[in-house]
Design a protein around this ligand. Structure first.
Ligand SMILES: [Ca+2]
Ligand SMILES: [Ca+2]
Ligand SMILES: [Ca+2]
Length: 284
């Protein structure tokens, strides 16, 4: 082969590669990033809202726990809109839950042109007072994928058995939200469980006939200690039977920039965690 021919062939190959790249950039697979984040007393104390905003901006929807007041959510949103190309929407639980001394709201923030707020599903009716902070649910739609997103910030308590007691009730929480709507079967339960998903107390929940799984591998640590990542407390549970839109992709976003102490103090002692779903079709 002559040198000239080789060069021409190479040029054709490069152009072909460029064309393929352009094609893949123009036809992305429809997918969404669904996250949850314990924001460490959002609205109270000193916070670096700019760092906080950058920590959640990459996701399409974020379920927030440990929200102390509505002002904190509004402050976070105005900071996000400074750095984001998108308009953001939000929904805050109608009232905070907890004890007489300490209460928290649940909140959702989301990219308005990606995520449609369908309805509030309210708090889990915790008649026997099994949860210190009753789980809360709301239904959203991203392209064709609609789902009920339940949030929970479990008790920390004095004893691990208190957390395990709440984890043991998750099966009833799932059943309650699953039975609310016979057409909607994508029930995601996310938040801070104060336990690793491989704790034995999740066993009955994980053996539900709807094939409940956790999205994030418990070997991934999601809390920030003073010297490094500490515990795997945050996760999102879902039904493998109904939510096949989830293909196993999930993660935790490292927001520490290597400075654990500063991040704990000014942002949160947790990482945002997320899963990715295909949004082109809904299988239920
Ligand atoms: Ca659905
Ligand atoms: Ca259902
Ligand atoms: Ca589904």
């Amino acid at each position: 082969m002559s040198k000239l021919l080789k060069r021409r062939l190479l040029l054709v190959l490069i152009l072909l590669n460029l064309f393929c790249l352009l094609l893949s950039a123009e036809t992305p697979v429809s997918q969404a990033y669904i996250a949850t984040f314990n924001t460490l007393r959002l609205g109270k104390g000193v916070k670096d809202y700019s760092h906080l905003a950058k920590s959640v901006e990459p996701f399409d929807i974020i379920g927030l726990v440990e929200v102390m007041n509505k002002k904190g959510v509004h402050k976070l949103l105005s900071e996000i809109e400074k750095i984001s190309d998108e308009k953001w929407g939000y929904f805050i639980s109608p009232y905070p839950v907890g004890t007489d001394e300490y209460k928290e709201y649940y909140a959702y923030i989301y990219k308005k042109n990606r995520v449609e707020f369908i309805r509030s599903d309210g708090f889990y009716p915790d008649f026997e007072d099994k949860f210190i902070r009753e789980p809360f649910g709301a239904t959203f739609k991203i392209e064709n994928f609609d789902f009920t997103y339940v949030l929970l910030h479990s008790i920390y308590g004095k004893k691990i058995s208190q957390r395990q007691f709440e984890a043991n009730q998750l099966i009833d929480v799932y059943t309650y939200f699953q039975n609310l709507d016979e057409k909607e079967n994508d029930i995601l339960i996310g938040g801070d469980f104060n336990l690793s998903a491989n704790d034995p107390s999740f066993k009955n929940f994980l053996s539900h006939e709807d094939e409940i799984i956790y999205a994030l591998d418990p070997s991934i640590k999601t809390t920030i200690g003073t010297k490094g990542f500490a515990n795997s407390y945050d996760n999102i549970f879902l039904s493998k039977k109904y939510t096949q839109e989830f293909k196993g992709r999930s993660g935790a976003l490292d927001i520490t920039r290597g400075d654990f102490i500063k991040t704990r103090k000014e942002v949160s002692d947790h990482l945002p965690i997320f899963l990715i779903v295909d949004t082109e079709y809904d299988d239920d």
